[in-house]
Design a protein around this ligand. Structure first.
Ligand SMILES: [Zn+2]
Length: 109
C-alpha cells in the first residue's frame, strides 16, 4: 500500500531526529557548535546537519529537504534553496533590525 503524506512526514521527522541523536552520540561537543545554515540563514546547531553538495543544511532544513524529496516536491537541493530565498532574506532583515536595536540601546545609555 502507498504511504500517505502524513506517514511520510512522520517518518522523515523520526529520521531527522535520529540524525541529531546519532551525531551527538558520536560527538557530544556538537551540541555547542553552531553554523549559519545555507538554506534558512539561521544560526543552528551542527548536530543533525548535513552537507548537500556545496550547501550545509541545519536539521530543520534537512527535514524540509528530505520530506520534499520523498513527496516528490523537488528533485534537487537547489530547488529548495531557491524556495527558501525569501526566508533567508527575512532572517537577514531580522538580524539587521536586532543589531540596530542593540546599537540604539547603546547610544541611549
Ligand atoms: Zn536551516
Amino acid at each position: 500500500m502507498e504511504k500517505s503524506k502524513e506517514e511520510i512526514v512522520k517518518e522523515m521527522q523520526l529520521v531527522a531526529e535520529q540524525m541529531v541523536i546519532d551525531d551527538l552520540e558520536e560527538n557530544p561537543d556538537l551540541a555547542n557548535e553552531y553554523f549559519e545554515c545555507d538554506c534558512c540563514g539561521k544560526n543552528k546547531c551542527l548536530a543533525g546537519s548535513i552537507q548537500y553538495g556545496e550547501y550545509r543544511l541545519c536539521n530543520d532544513c534537512v527535514l524540509l529537504a528530505e520530506t520534499g524529496f520523498a513527496l516528490g516536491k523537488f528533485n534537487d537541493i537547489q530547488a529548495l534553496m531557491d524556495a527558501m530565498e525569501d526566508t533567508r532574506l527575512e532572517e537577514l532583515c531580522t538580524f539587521i533590525k536586532e543589531e540596530e536595536k542593540r546599537a540604539d540601546r547603546q547610544n541611549s545609555n
